[in-house]
Design a protein around this ligand. Structure first.
Ligand SMILES: Nc1ncnc2c1ncn2[C@@H]1O[C@H](COP(=O)(O)OP(=O)(O)OP(=O)(O)O)[C@@H](O)[C@H]1O
Ligand SMILES: [Mg+2]
Length: 318
């Protein structure tokens, strides 16, 4: 007698070589009690305090992103296209970006570098209805809260379970040197955050990786050469700016604040080591079961084959 086929269990995501986030439970479903919304509605989703199996968490539920938006906005500055719409979702969708960054922190055992994530969940239709009704109750004028379009009709809302940050404060003056140390370590681990701002920190820890590039990422090979410096300096520049803005707004005594010289130098690209550690140098292949196939996949399949239009030749200085 043959056994009934086992239901297909959700896999770590995204399903491309490189880091991935595992489901929070075996089925990626859980009984969730929605408590209250945290912060104000963000660009990428809604974050709610929830209780799962009696424990409090922050649950970030992501909006759906059409491929056009990913290609023309989030990857709009790139000079080469990806070979398939699927790869825009795998590498540029905010949910995938967070999965890849958190997956890397987990595999490297460096989860303390950000507010910790515990895995992803897929909302059931009943949970989607419940949360949508709660939100619509307070925002009756909003329709299509999750930006679902034709291409997402049958897909569940994707969500990431994170620790509930204890602090409501983005950061204090004392935390600045540690925030820079964490950011440098993220770069060493191949994670370029690309969205360092005041309100992407809570209690001095990053809470948001929705624009991050975790090595290997096709964005690097598709950058116009003149944009490379901006990408590489962006994190240090963002932190420098966030510290100054938050410090001014909160009347910090600047004599008491340690602003790392290295951060200021990396923000301008003028330091002894220019932009600091290069995230592209991270050895991601050490985690791959088949490193040859993984690196060939990235090099040969993800980017559209270049057309000989001069732009490509200039980009690569050929
Ligand atoms: N782990 C957490 N614990 C407590 N509050 C959180 C947590 N994560 C997010 N929040 C709250 O939710 C808000 C939005 O979170 P997040 O930045 O991850 O979403 P987003 O959609 O990327 O928003 P934005 O576009 O404003 O950056 C945060 O500013 C914060 O107030
Ligand atoms: Mg954010």
């Amino acid at each position: 007698m043959s056994l009934p086929p086992s239901p297909r269990l959700p896999k770590p995501l995204p399903q491309v070589p490189g880091p991935k986030l595992v489901p929070f439970t075996r089925t990626a479903h859980a009984v969730i009690q929605f408590v209250k919304e945290l912060g104000s509605p963000g660009q990428d989703g809604r974050v709610w305090e929830v209780t799962i199996k009696g424990k409090p968490y922050a649950l970030k539920m992501f909006m759906f992103c059409p491929t056009d938006y990913l290609r023309d906005d989030l990857a709009g500055h790139l000079v080469r296209d990806l070979s398939s719409p699927r790869f825009y979702t795998d590498y540029f969708d905010p949910f995938s970006c967070e999965c890849r960054a958190y997956g890397r922190l987990k595999e490297e055992n460096r989860e303390h570098l950000a507010v910790r994530s515990h895995g992803y969940l897929l909302l059931t239709p009943a949970q989607e209805l419940e949360i949508t009704r709660s939100i619509a109750g307070s925002e009756p004028s909003r329709s299509n809260i999750w930006d679902r379009s034709e291409e997402h009709q049958h897909l569940p809302i994707q969500a990431i379970v994170k620790d509930l940050a204890e602090s409501q404060e983005p950061f204090t003056a004392k935390q600045v040197p540690d925030m820079w140390a964490d950011l440098k370590e993220l770069h060493e681990l191949g994670i370029l955050v690309r969205d360092i701002r005041i309100f992407n920190y809570l209690g001095g820890k990053l809470i948001d990786f929705s624009r991050s590039w975790s090595t290997p990422h096709p964005g690097y090979a598709a950058l116009y050469w003149a944009d490379e410096g901006e990408e590489r300096s962006g994190d240090a520049h963002g932190l420098n700016k966030a510290v100054i803005e938050w410090g001014i707004g909160n009347h910090w005594d600047w004599d008491e604040v340690v602003i790392p010289d290295e951060m200021v130098n990396c923000a301008s690209g003028r330091g002894p080591n220019q932009y600091g550690v290069d995230p592209r140098l991270y050895n991601w292949l050490k985690w791959e079961k088949n490193p040859v196939a993984a690196s060939a996949f990235l090099e040969e399949h993800v980017l559209e084959k270049p057309v000989d239009n001069g732009e490509y030749l200039r980009t690569w200085g050929v």
